[in-house]
Write a protein that binds this ligand. Sequence first.
Ligand code: HEM
Length: 482
Amino acid sequence: MDPNLRRQLIPTCPQGTNSNNFTFLDQNSQSSNNFDNSFFDQILKQRGILEIDQELARDPRTRGFVLRFARNAALFSAKLVSVMVKMQALDVHLGDQGQIRKLHANFGLVMLTLGLVLVSTPMAQCATIFGVKVENPFSKPSKEQPMGDSPALSPSFGPALAPAPGPSMSSRRSGPFWFSTTATSGLVVGFYDDKCNSDVEDIIDVLCQEEFDQDPTILPALLRLQFHDCFVHGCDASILIDGTSTEKTSDSNGGVRGYEFIEKLKTAIESECPGVVSCADIIAVATKVLIRLGGGLDFPVETGRRDGLVSISADVNLPNPSMTVEEAAAVFAAKNFTVEEMVILLGYHSVGNAHCKFFEKRLYEDTGEFDSEMDLSLLNKLRKVCPQNQDTTNNIALLNQDFTNNNTLNNRFYGELIGNRGVLKLDQELSRDPASSAFVSALSQNSTLFNIRKAEVMIKLQAVEVLTGSQGEIRKVCSSFN
Ligand code: HEM
């Protein structure tokens, strides 16, 4: 314990007395009554009051989270809300279960109040500080629940927004706050922390900021590149390989951008920490940084991927924008993503462009794919961008017709879909198909929900079929195998 704090606490809690004295749980006197992240700063300075609080900053399983929350106030605010929503849905009784009591002093409310007291009336009595042994939650076997069990978000966000089944549910419990895939993927936050003298993530961060300042379209470029890499042989940088019949050359990867930028990052990292950092991790870290620069959350990116040894054009079998929701959902299900997660991932279409060939048939009646419900002003506009029977090869339209913030990831994309202003057929169908429309509606109304879920689902995407340990290799250059 910080000696100054000890000196200060001893008169408050004299030994051997059973006083009713108390002190603030957050020892930053400027903010003891505010929700802010300075509490984490305090425990990093050994100024935690409760043993369990202080241990968070010392235990290797939680220290990384403490460091990140101390550095990132916005991240803490967002998680504070989402975790409270989750806690308030713990084992709730719904429908005809339980009862509506006449008196409101019931156990659930007491527990909820207790939870709120811990945060918003941030005091601790002396007995709690020195006298009571707080049990380490990590030492208790956690109560396993069936996959997809949590009705956590259902009451507020609609029936379909419960956390996804599959690896996400078990891994969600591997960290106390943030979604993590460590238990299933083997990836960890901070894999390179003890492997390079320089901070690899910082190098990528600085170069991404420079690039984004000059050309913010690097954000959509890398988002698409990340998706196209992860859905073919997993997130193993196989899309980066040059050659006559590699993934890069397949039709589906036509127009994918950002290869040079990844190579630039690799060169910078190799000069600081040669032979250690995979191209697959460089894609993941750069994408995460750019998501932050584009207005998304600064989520803790997981690393430890290795680069793949296979890249074959014929293996590229990506979903296409003419698919129905059902067809696309089947492709995502094969990679263990739910419909809700697909809707969230497609929300990354709130940035970037599409070429006419991907949507022009929706504009003209004689094509068999005409969308008679498309918003009329959008229809007229897109017809000018993609005139029929002319060469429109290089013509593009923004995927998100909300122009208030180009290159910014936001949930207004979903509102555009509801207004029949989707550019790609599949995007548009998300708001019309009963299997996905409730998600579109909930996401359009709740930007915090989109912000948090799009970070969580990106963490999940970045962990698809990754190579770790001694699998694959660490490439010397990203565009060719060693
Ligand atoms: C069913 C799944 C998907 C389909 C059918 C699809 C389809 C498309 C199409 C046709 C384009 C236009 C490409 C062009 O004209 O150059 C595009 C662009 C884009 N896609 Fe997707 N996409 C899907 C999933 C995703 C996912 C999961 C992400 C993000 C993780 C994503 C991010 C993007 C971005 C950011 C762009 C803009 C690229 C740019 O401006 O360079 N897409 N997508």
